[in-house]
Write a protein that binds this ligand. Sequence first.
Ligand SMILES: [Zn+2]
Length: 216
Amino acid sequence: MFKLKIFCFGYLTIPFICICFHLTINSKYETQFLNIVKIMLTKICSVDLKSGILCPKCEEKVKSGEVSELDLKVAKILLELENRYQALQTVYFHKALEFKDTLVILVNKGDVHKILSYGGKILREISEKVGKKRVRILAYNDEPRRFLEDLFAPASILTINKIWLPDGSEETKVVIPRRDAKKLPENINVLKEFAKNIMGMTLRVEFEGARSRQII
Ligand SMILES: [Zn+2]
């Protein structure tokens, strides 16, 4: 009888110990995994980007237009580059937009410097892969003034005002000092296009100098 009890106890204990051991190892492994392996984040699962097959949730985002084909392409490129440029591993990628020869990549506020930290190497690689001459990294910003300051940098902005037109539409007037006209990062039409696509703003750009004012 005693032997039987030990026998049963043994049989029940061994699987129990095994399960406990398995759970401990697994959770330890998972924690370590999460600590060590950081991955660039975006609206699309990284697994989907790597495999090229979208899960139903991500497919819905593409169908609804929340994520564009260009977003997928750029996210995939960034994910490929993160092995060689580790600063990319903590970047949050929001969106990519293109207009003529320029590609704009929107990332989290604190992440712009991470992409620029390799002396433009990352930008050059992205530019080659997407076939765009210019690649710009902008901070995703809900606040219009901060967004415009980044968009127009290194040119400075004197004032930003809202204008309501007789037809009920709204424009945002941006006044730039005339001396900064040459510092604009792109052609004004390109800047206007990006402001429209990213923030939904219709821009009117004016240059203010000592003598005259020019509206574009
Ligand atoms: Zn997914």
